[in-house]
Design a protein around this ligand. Structure first.
Ligand SMILES: [Zn+2]
Length: 217
Protein backbone atom coordinates (compact mmCIF):
# COMPACT_ATOMS: atom_id res chain seq x y z
CA UNK A 1 0.00 0.00 0.00
CA UNK A 2 1.60 3.23 -1.12
CA UNK A 3 0.77 6.57 0.54
CA UNK A 4 2.64 9.05 -1.64
CA UNK A 5 1.79 9.36 -5.33
CA UNK A 6 2.75 11.48 -8.37
CA UNK A 7 0.47 14.53 -8.74
CA UNK A 8 -2.23 14.57 -11.42
CA UNK A 9 -0.16 16.76 -13.76
CA UNK A 10 2.71 14.25 -13.67
CA UNK A 11 0.42 11.25 -14.30
CA UNK A 12 -1.27 13.15 -17.14
CA UNK A 13 2.11 13.85 -18.78
CA UNK A 14 3.06 10.19 -18.21
CA UNK A 15 -0.16 8.94 -19.85
CA UNK A 16 0.32 11.38 -22.75
CA UNK A 17 3.88 10.13 -23.30
CA UNK A 18 5.36 13.61 -22.83
CA UNK A 19 7.51 13.02 -19.72
CA UNK A 20 11.27 12.73 -20.28
CA UNK A 21 12.37 9.06 -20.50
CA UNK A 22 13.98 8.76 -17.05
CA UNK A 23 11.01 10.39 -15.29
CA UNK A 24 8.55 8.26 -17.30
CA UNK A 25 10.41 5.10 -16.20
CA UNK A 26 10.22 6.23 -12.55
CA UNK A 27 6.47 6.95 -12.76
CA UNK A 28 5.93 3.67 -14.60
CA UNK A 29 7.60 1.71 -11.79
CA UNK A 30 5.43 3.49 -9.19
CA UNK A 31 2.33 2.71 -11.27
CA UNK A 32 3.32 -0.96 -11.36
CA UNK A 33 3.15 -0.96 -7.52
CA UNK A 34 0.09 1.28 -7.13
CA UNK A 35 -3.47 0.33 -8.05
CA UNK A 36 -4.68 3.87 -7.32
CA UNK A 37 -2.37 5.37 -9.98
CA UNK A 38 -2.99 2.42 -12.35
CA UNK A 39 -6.67 3.44 -12.32
CA UNK A 40 -5.94 7.12 -13.02
CA UNK A 41 -3.36 6.37 -15.74
CA UNK A 42 -5.79 3.91 -17.36
CA UNK A 43 -8.59 6.50 -17.44
CA UNK A 44 -6.29 9.19 -18.85
CA UNK A 45 -5.03 6.81 -21.55
CA UNK A 46 -8.62 5.99 -22.56
CA UNK A 47 -9.45 9.71 -22.61
CA UNK A 48 -6.40 10.41 -24.78
CA UNK A 49 -7.38 7.62 -27.19
CA UNK A 50 -10.93 9.01 -27.43
CA UNK A 51 -9.57 12.52 -28.16
CA UNK A 52 -7.34 11.11 -30.91
CA UNK A 53 -10.36 9.60 -32.62
CA UNK A 54 -11.95 13.05 -32.94
CA UNK A 55 -8.92 14.54 -34.68
CA UNK A 56 -9.00 15.17 -38.42
CA UNK A 57 -6.24 13.29 -40.29
CA UNK A 58 -3.34 15.55 -41.36
CA UNK A 59 -1.19 14.68 -44.39
CA UNK A 60 2.53 14.23 -43.61
CA UNK A 61 5.47 14.76 -45.94
CA UNK A 62 7.91 12.08 -47.15
CA UNK A 63 10.56 13.23 -44.68
CA UNK A 64 8.39 12.42 -41.68
CA UNK A 65 7.24 9.11 -43.16
CA UNK A 66 10.84 8.10 -43.89
CA UNK A 67 11.90 9.06 -40.35
CA UNK A 68 9.21 6.78 -38.90
CA UNK A 69 10.05 3.90 -41.24
CA UNK A 70 13.79 4.27 -40.47
CA UNK A 71 13.06 3.54 -36.83
CA UNK A 72 12.13 -0.03 -37.81
CA UNK A 73 15.85 -0.62 -38.46
CA UNK A 74 16.99 0.77 -35.10
CA UNK A 75 18.40 -1.50 -32.47
CA UNK A 76 15.99 -2.37 -29.65
CA UNK A 77 17.14 0.00 -26.87
CA UNK A 78 16.47 -2.22 -23.86
CA UNK A 79 16.91 -5.98 -23.67
CA UNK A 80 15.72 -8.39 -21.02
CA UNK A 81 18.47 -10.34 -19.29
CA UNK A 82 18.28 -14.14 -19.70
CA UNK A 83 14.71 -14.72 -18.54
CA UNK A 84 15.47 -13.55 -14.99
CA UNK A 85 12.35 -11.39 -14.97
CA UNK A 86 10.21 -14.52 -14.76
CA UNK A 87 11.28 -15.32 -11.21
CA UNK A 88 11.47 -11.87 -9.61
CA UNK A 89 9.02 -9.43 -8.02
CA UNK A 90 11.08 -6.50 -9.33
CA UNK A 91 9.07 -4.47 -11.89
CA UNK A 92 9.90 -5.58 -15.45
CA UNK A 93 10.96 -2.13 -16.66
CA UNK A 94 13.46 -1.85 -13.79
CA UNK A 95 14.86 -5.30 -14.59
CA UNK A 96 15.32 -4.22 -18.19
CA UNK A 97 17.20 -1.09 -17.12
CA UNK A 98 19.31 -3.07 -14.63
CA UNK A 99 19.80 -5.90 -17.17
CA UNK A 100 19.22 -8.27 -14.29
CA UNK A 101 18.77 -7.80 -10.57
CA UNK A 102 20.21 -5.63 -7.80
CA UNK A 103 23.04 -8.16 -7.39
CA UNK A 104 24.07 -7.71 -11.05
CA UNK A 105 24.78 -3.97 -10.72
CA UNK A 106 28.07 -2.23 -10.17
CA UNK A 107 27.86 0.01 -7.10
CA UNK A 108 29.94 3.02 -6.09
CA UNK A 109 30.50 3.31 -2.33
CA UNK A 110 29.95 6.76 -0.81
CA UNK A 111 31.11 6.39 2.78
CA UNK A 112 30.14 3.36 4.84
CA UNK A 113 26.34 3.56 4.67
CA UNK A 114 25.55 4.58 1.11
CA UNK A 115 26.28 3.14 -2.34
CA UNK A 116 25.00 4.32 -5.70
CA UNK A 117 24.50 2.60 -9.04
CA UNK A 118 23.87 4.72 -12.14
CA UNK A 119 21.62 3.22 -14.83
CA UNK A 120 21.30 4.27 -18.45
CA UNK A 121 17.83 5.13 -19.75
CA UNK A 122 18.76 6.98 -22.96
CA UNK A 123 17.58 10.26 -21.39
CA UNK A 124 20.33 12.87 -21.94
CA UNK A 125 19.09 15.32 -19.31
CA UNK A 126 18.21 13.18 -16.28
CA UNK A 127 20.30 11.01 -14.00
CA UNK A 128 18.61 7.72 -13.07
CA UNK A 129 20.33 6.18 -10.06
CA UNK A 130 19.69 3.55 -7.41
CA UNK A 131 20.66 4.44 -3.83
CA UNK A 132 21.30 1.60 -1.39
CA UNK A 133 21.31 2.93 2.20
CA UNK A 134 22.20 0.54 5.02
CA UNK A 135 19.56 0.05 7.75
CA UNK A 136 19.72 3.12 10.00
CA UNK A 137 22.18 4.87 7.65
CA UNK A 138 21.84 8.56 6.88
CA UNK A 139 22.45 10.49 3.65
CA UNK A 140 24.27 13.75 4.56
CA UNK A 141 22.12 16.90 4.72
CA UNK A 142 21.74 18.23 1.19
CA UNK A 143 19.68 20.51 -0.98
CA UNK A 144 18.56 20.28 -4.59
CA UNK A 145 19.80 22.49 -7.40
CA UNK A 146 17.00 21.09 -9.57
CA UNK A 147 14.10 18.69 -9.10
CA UNK A 148 14.31 15.11 -7.86
CA UNK A 149 11.83 12.25 -8.16
CA UNK A 150 12.37 9.52 -5.58
CA UNK A 151 10.71 6.11 -5.55
CA UNK A 152 11.26 3.61 -2.76
CA UNK A 153 11.93 0.08 -4.05
CA UNK A 154 12.91 -1.79 -0.87
CA UNK A 155 12.69 -0.88 2.83
CA UNK A 156 12.04 2.78 3.60
CA UNK A 157 13.44 6.04 4.97
CA UNK A 158 12.37 9.02 7.00
CA UNK A 159 13.25 12.70 7.00
CA UNK A 160 11.94 15.80 8.76
CA UNK A 161 8.74 15.68 6.67
CA UNK A 162 7.71 12.06 7.24
CA UNK A 163 8.33 8.37 6.82
CA UNK A 164 8.21 6.62 3.45
CA UNK A 165 7.89 2.98 2.44
CA UNK A 166 8.06 0.65 -0.59
CA UNK A 167 6.27 2.14 -3.60
CA UNK A 168 6.06 5.69 -2.21
CA UNK A 169 6.80 8.43 -4.75
CA UNK A 170 8.24 11.81 -3.72
CA UNK A 171 9.24 14.98 -5.53
CA UNK A 172 11.81 17.43 -4.19
CA UNK A 173 12.00 20.93 -5.63
CA UNK A 174 14.99 23.26 -5.93
CA UNK A 175 15.95 24.55 -2.49
CA UNK A 176 14.39 21.68 -0.47
CA UNK A 177 16.87 20.61 2.22
CA UNK A 178 16.75 17.16 3.82
CA UNK A 179 18.79 14.29 5.27
CA UNK A 180 16.96 10.98 4.67
CA UNK A 181 17.71 8.20 7.16
CA UNK A 182 16.95 4.56 6.30
CA UNK A 183 14.56 2.76 8.66
CA UNK A 184 16.38 0.82 11.40
CA UNK A 185 14.75 -2.50 10.50
CA UNK A 186 16.07 -3.05 6.96
CA UNK A 187 18.26 -1.66 4.18
CA UNK A 188 16.63 0.83 1.83
CA UNK A 189 16.94 0.83 -1.94
CA UNK A 190 15.43 3.82 -3.71
CA UNK A 191 15.45 5.22 -7.20
CA UNK A 192 16.32 8.89 -7.71
CA UNK A 193 15.81 10.80 -10.96
CA UNK A 194 17.65 14.14 -10.98
CA UNK A 195 17.90 17.01 -13.45
CA UNK A 196 20.77 18.70 -11.57
CA UNK A 197 23.36 17.41 -9.09
CA UNK A 198 22.71 17.40 -5.35
CA UNK A 199 24.45 19.99 -3.19
CA UNK A 200 25.63 18.97 0.28
CA UNK A 201 24.98 21.51 3.02
CA UNK A 202 26.64 19.42 5.76
CA UNK A 203 30.08 21.11 6.20
CA UNK A 204 31.90 17.74 6.25
CA UNK A 205 30.71 16.97 2.72
CA UNK A 206 30.63 20.46 1.15
CA UNK A 207 34.06 19.96 -0.41
CA UNK A 208 32.46 17.37 -2.72
CA UNK A 209 30.01 19.85 -4.31
CA UNK A 210 32.25 21.08 -7.15
CA UNK A 211 32.88 17.44 -8.15
CA UNK A 212 29.24 16.35 -8.29
CA UNK A 213 28.11 15.98 -11.87
CA UNK A 214 25.04 14.45 -13.44
CA UNK A 215 25.44 10.87 -14.76
CA UNK A 216 23.06 10.72 -17.73
CA UNK A 217 22.11 8.76 -20.90
ZN1 LIG B 1 0.22 5.91 -6.79
Amino acid sequence: MTNFHPDLETITEYAAGSLPLAQAACVSIHVSYCRHCQGIAGQLTSLGAALFETLEPVPVGDTQLNAVLARLDEEVPLQYANGKEQASATPAILQRLMRGDFSDLSWKNIGSTLRISYLKTGDPKHEFALYHIRAGGRIPMHTHRGSEMTLILEGGFSDADGSYHKGDFLVRRPGDVHAPTALQSEDCICLAVLDAPLKFTDWKFRWMNPFLTLHTA
